[in-house]
Ligand binder design. Structure first.
Ligand code: CP
Ligand code: NVA
Length: 303
């Protein structure tokens, strides 16, 4: 039966570690994987803009010997011209996998039900699993492990935060999530991550106070306004400025590294000088997007 990757929510710690190890292996020995997608085609369909995801999938698929067809939303939301289910069923007639970035997680579920080939979530309103895999690959490379490392996410509780919580719980990485009031993570997703964390002993702490991040190994930032959020920046800036990830925060928390999924907004959620500092893992994360995604495709398409 075909497998999808919409979220890691129903994965086991063993499966998550295995995927992470595969990403390490593919990064270290690319020539051993240069034919795994030979003769295969992947359609990548985007309802929202992308730099990293689009390019890392395209080049990554090429490095695995496969071929990618890029489709943008063609002038509007997907359902404008035909139903999402019909679109996915058609794409599956030609493609060996569908990678999709969509507004609503339910579109991915429709794709999954209608497609006979694997569907990969390239970001939706609730999750960004490809990002989380690349990020834990980065943590693993820096610390030699994920178990027992503490990551503090500071900012808006969003799709990236949710996937970091789920994958982190499976990989034994402790999580501190600090948000302003009214910008917390989805309570059901946090509860599920806590349940998953019982298997690995990882801890999950939520707070409105940045001092909760004291003692963390890594600080993680993301945009205050996710794609599709039309809130004027001026309306949220005052609320979020105390949550800016900057040098003073790195000093007070004692964290060794700073991470950000990008696109980053210099001197808003993170200072430009911190992005450019030797504490920054941003480019390593960006590079690892490709290796993580290649592990996902290798696993799904050889299943
Ligand atoms: N981090 C990330 O997904 O970047 P893009 O939106 O540029 O793909
Ligand atoms: N939370 C951000 C992530 C971008 C990669 C967004 O959804 O826009």
């Amino acid at each position: 039966m075909k497998q999808d990757l919409l979220t890691f929510s129903n994965w086991t710690p063993e499966a998550m570690h295995k995927l992470l190890n595969l990403a390490v292996e593919i990064k270290q020995s690319p020539s051993s994987y240069s034919n795994v997608l030979a003769g295969k085609s992947v359609v990548a369909l985007f309802e929202k803009p992308s730099l990293r995801t689009r390019v890392s999938f395209d080049i990554g698929i090429n490095r695995l010997g496969g071929h990618m067809v890029y489709l943008d939303s063609q002038g509007g939301k997907l359902a404008g011209r035909e139903d999402a289910v019909d679109m996915a069923a058609n794409l599956a007639c030609w493609a060996d996998a569908i990678v999709a970035r969509v507004f609503s997680h339910s579109t991915l579920e429709q794709f999954s039900a209608a497609s006979k080939v694997p569907v990969v979530n390239a970001l939706c309103d609730k999750y960004h699993p490809c990002q989380a895999l690349a990020d834990y690959l980065t943590v693993f490379e820096r610390f030699g492990k994920t178990q027992g490392i503490t990551m503090a996410y500071i900012g808006d509780g969003n799709n990236v935060t949710h996937s970091l919580l789920i994958a982190g719980a499976l990989l034994g990485c402790n999580q501190v999530v600090v948000t302003p009031e009214g910008h917390e993570c989805d309570a059901e997703i946090v509860a599920h991550a806590k349940k998953l964390a019982e298997q690995t002993g990882a801890t999950i702490v939520e707070s409105y106070d940045v001092s909760a991040a004291d003692g963390s190994d890594v600080i993680y930032a993301d945009t205050w306004l996710s794609m599709g959020d039309e809130t004027p920046l001026a309306d949220i800036k005052a609320k979020f400025m105390p949550y800016q990830v900057n040098e003073a925060l790195m000093e007070s928390t004692g964290a060794s590294y700073v991470m950000h999924c990008q696109p980053a907004h210099r001197d808003l959620e993170i200072t430009g000088s911190l992005i450019d500092s030797d504490k920054s893992l941003l480019m390593q994360q960006a590079e690892n997007r490709m290796h993580g995604q290649n592990a996902i495709l290798t696993q799904l398409l050889s299943a």
